[in-house]
Design a protein around this ligand. Structure first.
Ligand SMILES: Nc1ncnc2c1ncn2[C@@H]1O[C@H](COP(=O)(O)OP(=O)(O)O)[C@@H](O)[C@H]1O
Ligand SMILES: [Mg+2]
Length: 246
C-alpha cells in the first residue's frame, strides 16, 4: 500500500486564496536572497498589496531579524495565523526555536515544510514570497513539489562562483518547466556587471535589474521604514516594476 500523507491534500486548500507565489532563490548563500525577499515584501505591502512571507531557511532563519519581529508569535486558530509585521504576514520557524541551533536532516526538512504549509492560515494574499535557503536541496524541491504555481526569482552577486550557482538553478528550473521571473544582480558596485548581463543573455535568463551595494543596509535591519528608504529598496522597486509586480 502506498502511504498517503493527509497533509498534502490540505496544502492546496490552504493556498487557494493566494494569488501568486514568488520563490526567491539562486544557489549561493550570502548573496542577498533574504534581504531581497524581505524588502520586496515590504515594498509590495507599502504599495497596498496583501503580502505573506515564508522563511524557509529552516536551520538559519533571518526574516524575523530583518523585519524586526521580536516578541511576536503566531496565533492558534484552526492551524496557525502568522503575525503581521509592518504589513507583512511573516511565518518563520524562528518563532518556535528561540535562539537555539536547529540541525536537520533532509527528511526533517521536508516534514517541517509539509507541516508548515498544512497548518498555516494565510487567508487571502496578493503575493506569498518564499525565502529559500542556498542550494538545490530539499527545501527548493519541496517548494516546487508542494507549491506548484511558484514563480522563481533568482539572486546573484557579480562573482563567477555565485553566477555559476544561479545558472545551475536556472537550468534545473527550466528542465522542470518551472516559471522564472528572472535574475537580480545584487551588490552591484558601479555599473551592472558584464559577467552577469552577458551570462544572462548567453543563457536566455531574463535580467531584471541591479541592486546597489548599500553600506546603510546593516543599520536599517529590523526597521521597516528605514529599510524602505535605502538605495537597496530603490533597486527592488525598479526590479518589481520591471517584472510587473507593482
Ligand atoms: N546590496 C547589499 N549591500 C550591502 N549588504 C548587503 C546587500 N545585500 C545583502 N547584504 C548583506 O549581506 C548579508 C547576506 O545577505 P542575506 O540576504 O542573508 O543573503 P542570503 O539570504 O542569500 O544568504 C547580510 O548581512 C545582508 O545584510
Ligand atoms: Mg537567506
Amino acid at each position: 500500500m502506498i502511504p498517503v500523507d493527509p497533509r498534502l491534500s490540505v496544502i492546496e486548500s490552504r493556498l487557494s486564496r493566494v494569488d501568486r507565489i514568488l520563490a526567491v532563490g539562486g544557489g549561493k548563500g550570502g548573496v542577498g536572497k533574504s534581504l531581497a525577499s524581505a524588502v520586496l515584501a515590504l515594498t509590495l505591502a507599502d504599495g497596498g498589496k496583501k503580502i505573506g512571507l515564508l522563511d524557509l531557511d529552516l536551520s538559519t532563519p533571518s526574516q524575523h531579524v530583518i523585519l524586526g519581529a521580536g516578541g511576536l508569535f503566531p496565533k492558534e486558530e484552526r492551524g496557525i495565523v502568522p503575525p503581521v509585521v509592518n504589513g507583512v504576514a511573516l511565518l518563520s520557524l524562528a518563532y518556535f526555536l528561540d535562539e537555539e541551533a536547529a540541525p536537520m536532516r533532509g527528511a526533517d526538512v521536508s516534514n517541517i515544510i509539509v507541516e508548515l504549509l498544512a497548518i498555516t492560515q494565510w487567508g487571502g494574499l496578493d503575493f506569498l514570497i518564499v525565502d529559500l535557503p542556498p542550494g538545490l536541496g530539499d527545501a527548493v524541491l519541496d517548494v516546487l513539489r508542494l507549491m506548484r504555481r511558484a514563480e522563481s526569482l533568482l539572486v546573484t552577486i557579480p562573482s563567477k562562483v555565485a553566477f555559476a550557482a544561479a545558472e545551475r538553478s536556472w537550468e534545473l528550473l527550466k528542465g522542470l518547466d518551472e516559471p522564472v521571473l528572472g535574475l537580480l544582480e545584487n551588490m552591484r558596485r558601479e555599473e551592472p556587471s558584464a559577467l552577469v548581463t552577458h551570462g544572462c543573455s548567453a543563457r536566455g535568463i531574463p535580467y531584471i535589474g541591479a541592486l546597489p551595494y548599500d553600506s546603510g543596509l546593516e543599520a536599517a535591519l529590523g526597521d521597516s521604514g528605514a529599510l524602505l528608504r535605502t538605495a537597496f529598496a530603490g533597486g527592488i522597486r525598479r526590479a518589481a516594476s520591471t517584472c510587473g509586480l507593482l
